[in-house]
Design a protein around this ligand. Sequence first.
Ligand SMILES: NC(=O)c1ccc[n+]([C@@H]2O[C@H](COP(=O)([O-])OP(=O)(O)OC[C@H]3O[C@@H](n4cnc5c(N)ncnc54)[C@H](OP(=O)(O)O)[C@@H]3O)[C@@H](O)[C@H]2O)c1
Length: 318
Amino acid sequence: MNVLVFGAAGQLGKAFHVLLREHKNLNVLYVTRTECDLGDPEAIARVLKQSQAKLIINAAAYTAVDKAETETESAYAVNASAPELMAKYATQHDATFLHYSTDYVFDGSKSDFYLEDDVCNPLGVYGKSKRAGEVAIQKAFEKSKLGQYAILRTSWVYGDGGNFIRTILRLAKERKELKVINDQYGVPTHANWLACISLELCLDSDSQIKTFPSGIYHAVPSGEITWYGLACQVIDSAIEAGETLKLKPEAIQPILATDYPLPASRPQNSRMGTQKLRTVLAAKNLNDSSSYNETAQISAFPDWRKMVQKYVKDLSAK
Ligand SMILES: NC(=O)c1ccc[n+]([C@@H]2O[C@H](COP(=O)([O-])OP(=O)(O)OC[C@H]3O[C@@H](n4cnc5c(N)ncnc54)[C@H](OP(=O)(O)O)[C@@H]3O)[C@@H](O)[C@H]2O)c1
């Protein structure tokens, strides 16, 4: 089976690169910006045609949250128009489409965990462009009987690439003091874990496509934390792993988001409930719609903390 991965040089794209190596009977085409600029619809159409893919994974995105405030057109081209083209191709060729979205589609005013059907009200251009992508994909599939899709909304992604955890580790080697926002709640998500559950959703044990209910799914590990709490965990884990740091854990200072103004506003509450995805993954027979309700065994996803500890340990060992 032919598989196409857009965004192969990003954190999630690299995670797919590693994971898909184990699926020997898949013929995977990895595409980076060099091969296909997602701002260029003709290039996208060309790559889709060339790939003849039955599984299209879009790990690419315009992810510069603050820059998006001034580069609106680019953000919408990559996050909305490009996935729309991919979705349309999938509906025309009976393919499966995996796409990724963000907690930033919410305004953060809910006090509880966000569910998939909760009202979206993105605060910034990045969130708005990602939401536009979600809507465009849903529309494309609404009109078609062919193909299936999953939009996996995730948050605070880290992996092989630049991310908050790596920034904290770098700053901890340079500085003795650090201020970190302590009134925004979310869930750190390891790109490898995200790629892994994505494949679990759409591939069977023979690496063939399996049917799942198309729609939006929240895909984050268990638990919750603030950026400040995450920074403290990162420093603790680094010290445990034997790193020598200038920054002591007690020298990290919690601050309010209002004390650290950024071009784009972020939601205060980014926590997303994952029961829908866990239920579908737990179902024995995904083709039998009666099996993915209360009868399915729903187990919790692993806790974010253990994954961050291991990530920092692995970075320290390098
Ligand atoms: N990172 C997060 O904290 C976070 C949080 C919530 C949701 N998400 C979502 O999770 C998914 C994966 O994110 P990630 O962390 O893996 O992102 P990432 O590391 O920033 O990777 C994104 C990739 O998209 C590529 N890209 C950007 N503009 C492009 C263009 N015009 N043409 C072709 N490729 C382009 C980038 O290419 P270059 O390498 O050339 O720049 C990069 O390789 C995305 O859908 C993102 O919106 C991420």
